[in-house]
Write a protein of this length. Structure first.
Length: 356
């Protein structure tokens, strides 16, 4: 039995990252049942129970070393692990794990990650030095590929997609029931830019002559609730905050009956897309623009440029075209799922090439 160790931002109650793990594990297990997967997690017991996988503490060097000693392959990803904006610890931690795997002779895959920003010179040098020693590199957007090439990564880089797209199931997208209200989903996150007042004004403008219900989805438990309440208190139409299940696939179902979506967090946008929901993307990071590059028929507004009238106008336009947009989104999803499956096959080829 081949053994794989997966590292990422897992066990922190962030549904986006949990969905990444769900996507990776489903892709690998669907293609190759004889695999033992061990995840490095902040909550090993919860992770093990949620995904029916093995899990060890991401801070226990002894447990990590023991798992890597038996592993045929080490997977770093996905998500945006290599960035130095939220702190200086991420880059050395995730690359340090790769060096620990390399020392033990374990093959390494960079799995469909987004990269950057990498503003510090040492972050750039350490990233290039380390990634040039990986067996397989995959990034989820063109800007990440360009950044890695600019900082000195010489190894071939595969352009793939976020593994969350593997969760797309067209059978879960039978058209919703006819209902009296227009349900608009919203996901916001804390950010230094003060954007909530403009967003609330735009949403209120859109809803003023319609029967609208706003549903707010905090994607990162413990982080998004406060700002979600702040927005809810500024909305004039009916509004509620939805407490999402901890399981990504169960949480995904909560989006299924929406008519429109407005999202700041990357994976909230992907969750809406997986349900073929037309949306307005609010960008705080290049990774949002990377996602939306293939969706030029859907609007994107940068948080620093957000204005109430513009947001309301974009929502009106999307709402008017919602049925035709759903068809376009379906074609997009079919393509992205195929790309996710193709990259998983490359990963499994690395596993198969390992000596038993």
């Amino acid at each position: 039995m081949k053994k794989i160790v997966i590292s990422g931002y897992y066990g922190f109650n962030n549904l986006g990252d949990e969905a990444v793990l769900a996507g990776i594990s489903s892709l690998l297990k669907n293609n190759k049942e004889e695999l033992k997967i061990t995840v490095l997690s902040a909550s090993p017991q919860n992770t093990a129970e949620l995904y029916n996988l093995n899990a060890v503490s991401r801070t226990s060097l002894i447990q990590i070393a023991a798992a890597l000693a038996e592993a045929d392959l080490f997977i770093s990803g996905g998500g945006s692990l290599l960035q130095d904006v939220t702190g200086s610890f991420s880059v050395p931690y995730y690359l340090g794990l790769a060096w620990l795997a390399k020392i033990q002779g374990t093959k390494i895959v960079f799995y469909a990650q987004g990269v950057g920003p990498l503003n510090k010179w040492w972050s750039q040098k350490l990233t290039a030095l380390t990634l040039n020693r990986f067996e397989l590199l995959g990034v989820r957007d063109q800007s990440s590929k360009k950044l890695l090439e600019e900082i000195g990564v010489k190894k071939e880089i595969e352009l793939t997609v976020d593994p969350v797209f593997a969760l797309y199931d067209p059978l879960n997208n039978m058209r919703q029931q006819i209902k009296g209200k227009i349900e608009v989903g919203i996901s916001v996150r804390p950010w230094p830019v003060d954007y909530i007042s403009e967003l609330a004004a735009g949403l209120n403008h859109f809803a003023r002559d319609k029967n609208v219900k706003f549903i707010l989805f905090p994607m990162h438990q413990g982080s998004d609730e406060k700002i979600s309440r702040q927005l809810k208190n500024s909305l004039k139409a009916e509004a509620e905050i939805c407490e999402l299940p901890s399981g990504p696939e169960e949480a995904l179902e909560e989006f299924s009956q929406l008519d429109l979506f407005v999202g700041v967090r990357l994976h909230s946008l992907i969750f809406a897309l997986l349900n073929q929901i037309p949306l307005l993307a609010l960008s705080y990071d290049p990774k949002i623009e990377g996602l939306m590059a293939g969706l030029d028929y859907l609007p994107l507004i940068r948080l620093e440029d957000l204005e109430a009238e513009k947001a309301a106008a974009e929502l009106e336009a999307v709402f008017a075209e919602r049925y035709s947009l759903r068809k376009k989104i379906k074609e997009f999803l079919e393509q992205k799922k195929e790309e996710a499956e193709n990259f998983a096959e490359l990963v499994l080829e690395e596993v198969d090439s390992c000596e038993s």
